[in-house]
Design a protein. Structure first.
Lengths: 271, 327
């Protein structure tokens, strides 16, 4: 029942695409190459990101995980002479022909280093809402509370919403950044090593949070932490030197990888 | 502090370790002393400066007291000295300069750091920094030969016919005027504002820009709502640096401001600044009272600068605490 409405919505939005866009599919990349100037960083990546699932990207440093992630919301456009070739679809629409501001509102991003604005906790979260045209204070306050609750930060900060975000701990700042990204209600959330600057306890909190957010939005997470991928992700892709070596259910990747390179990496034989 | 170590150090011979530690300590002490001396010498120079200005202006201070600050006449012949027209001229010409230079300079800095291609930005900045090194007498000449005629023949008549109902644009048109002084100052300080603000803007972390973009902000929204506020303390610092230069500028101003100690609401009227009057009248000051009145003007300029810088500091502290921004 729910499926049919979703299906009709996505097809209505994208009449141009071939067959019907499956409703359990959020994004799809096909034959995706990427160049930094003359240097190729990605080679014909093909990957499907399923709705409401967490997809992890793993691989050794410099293999192109961040590069791939930053294509999905076209954040690569801030790098001069960076250029993708190939196709990426979001709900059946070609992301390269979408309006970039609208695309980024639909596909949010959380960065490696917590990067709150030097404003109050409230204003950090309200920023995205204001940019997207929500100005009324009452609805703003509701939305801020909702986002903070979703990011499991509300209880810790509800009495100090007007204090500087810089007064929070690193883990709290990162959850604030997640709350900030969630405030504009994105359909998908991209996370680039969101826990790499955090201690194990803060990391565990964020992992739990991601797990609880699955119903709300689709997530793609880059991580160097193998256990983290195994813990939180439904699907895992292994990158090596700009290529997607293997992509499958997380359990399959970690227990019975099809490729030798994947196995070597997972068992720590290189990387 | 055993001079003969009893334990064996496996890494290096004990004697060398001790030497090393001693060297380190002595080096630190020396560095500490040198930097302390450097810092102290600045304070000593400042104190000596104020002391000299103070002791060498006893005559007018005793004669006029506080009314020196409020006196409107400056008449060496009858021995009447009041600083108000000069304070007025200094403050108004500097304020006028800021009014023009701040929007221009900050705007240019935003363009150079955020929008221009890096190569163009670097070349332009190099040229702008050259401008900051041009001697002020050259600006004065440009003011006399280009700015003043343009003001007299074009700008001022135009302002008079269009905005002449405002008190700022009334009275006879000479060309040399408070307006000319303020504009020359604006041209002189704009390079400071541009080059410092550009540095500050470029130092804003990419993560800040990307955080805004990732939420669906446009390039301009991320620049104006995130990057500029993040850099605002540094931008303000650049403005105050420029203001300090404007307050003390002598040569270029005296060449175009008209050197007439009067207080007029009209920007078309000539004026006079503290620095300009000291430079112009110091050599021909006859009599101790005249000379010491000029020295007291120097003291006034010093106090004015301190006052304005103090206010600036307060502004910075107030705005940083509000947003609790600390880059
Ligand atoms: N802005 C850039 N300009 C030029 N080359 C870049 C740029 N960013 C990344 N690269 C190159 O692209 C390749 C992939 O980089 P990428 O950052 O995507 O790797 P990564 O898998 O995220 O690595 P890490 O795990 O260290 O974050 C690397 O060889 C890197 O040198
Ligand atoms: Mg990376």
């Amino acid at each position: 029942m729910v499926k049919t409405t979703e299906e009709s919505r996505s097809t209505a939005r994208a009449p141009a695409t071939t067959p019907a866009w499956p409703s359990d599919l959020k994004m799809r990349a096909t034959g995706l190459d990427f160049y930094y100037g003359g240097r190729q960083a990605l080679y014909s990546i093909g990957l499907q990101i399923l709705t409401g699932r967490i997809t992890a990207l793993i691989g050794p440093s410099g293999c192109g995980k961040t590069t791939f992630l930053r294509i999905l919301n076209r954040m690569y456009e801030t790098v001069p002479h960076a250029r993708p070739e190939g196709e990426v679809f979001l709900d059946g629409e070609d992301i390269f022909s979408l309006d970039v501001v609208g695309l980024r509102r639909r596909v949010g991003m959380v960065f490696q280093k917590p990067n709150p604005f030097p404003k109050s906790i409230f204003d950090n979260i309200a920023y995205g809402l204001r940019v997207n045209g929500m100005d009324r204070h009452s609805t703003l306050a509701e939305a801020v509370e909702r986002s903070l609750r979703r990011a499991a930060l509300w209880e810790e900060v509800k009495d100090q919403l007007h204090k500087s975000a810089y007064a929070l701990s690193g883990g709290q700042q990162q959850r604030l950044c997640i709350a900030r990204a969630l405030a504009v209600e994105p359909e998908a959330l991209l996370l680039d090593e969101p826990c790499s600057a955090l201690d194990p306890i803060a990391t565990a909190k964020i992992e739990e949070l991601l797990f609880n957010l699955k119903d709300l939005c689709t997530m793609v997470i880059v991580t160097h932490n193998m256990q983290q991928a195994a813990r939180v992700a439904d699907y895992t892709g292994f990158f090596l030197m700009g290529r997607l070596i293997e992509f499958n259910k997380t359990a399959v990747i970690f227990k019975t990888p099809a490729r030798k390179e994947t196995e070597d990496y997972i068992t720590g034989r290189f990387g | 502090m055993a001079s003969a170590p009893t334990t064996v150090d496996h890494v290096r011979p004990p004697g060398r370790t001790w030497e090393f530690i001693k060297r380190l300590r002595r080096g630190d002490e020396v560095a500490h002393l040198i930097t302390l001396l450097a810092a102290a010498s600045i304070i000593v120079v400042t104190v000596m400066l104020v002391y000299q200005l103070y002791t060498n202006s006893t005559l007018p201070r005793h004669k006029f007291g506080f009314s020196f600050f409020l006196g409107k006449t400056w008449d060496p012949v009858s021995g009447e000295f009041g600083a108000l027209p000069f304070i007025f001229g200094t403050v108004v010409s500097s304020a006028l300069a800021l009014l023009v230079a701040v929007p221009l300079g900050v705007g240019a800095a935003i363009f150079l750091s955020e929008l221009a291609p890096p190569r163009i930005s670097n070349v332009t900045t190099f040229v702008i920094e050259l401008l900051a090194a041009v001697p002020s007498v050259i600006y004065g000449l440009l003011g006399i030969f280009i700015l003043v005629p343009v003001l007299r023949k074009g700008v001022m008549p135009f302002l008079k016919t269009t905005l002449g109902f405002l008190p700022f644009f009334q009275g006879p048109i000479y060309g040399v005027s408070m307006l000319a002084g303020g504009l020359v100052l604006a041209v002189m300080i704009v390079p400071f504002i541009i080059s410092v603000s550009r540095e500050v803007l470029m130092a804003v972390p990419v993560e800040q820009r990307e955080a805004a973009l990732a939420m669906g902000a446009t390039k301009w929204e991320s620049t104006w709502q995130v990057v500029v506020p993040f850099a605002r303390v540094g931008i303000m610092a650049s403005v105050f640096l420029a203001l300090a230069r404007a307050l003390g500028e002598t040569m270029a101003v005296t060449m175009v401001i008209g050197n007439d100690p009067r207080i007029s609401a009209s920007l078309f009227a000539p004026g006079y600044t503290i620095a300009a009057v000291i430079a112009n009248e110091f050599t021909e000051a006859t009599g101790d009272l005249y000379l010491e009145a000029l020295i007291e003007l120097g003291l006034v300029l010093f106090l004015l600068t301190i006052l304005i810088n103090g206010l600036a500091r307060l502004v910075i502290i107030a705005t940083t605490q509000k947003g609790a921004a600390q880059g």
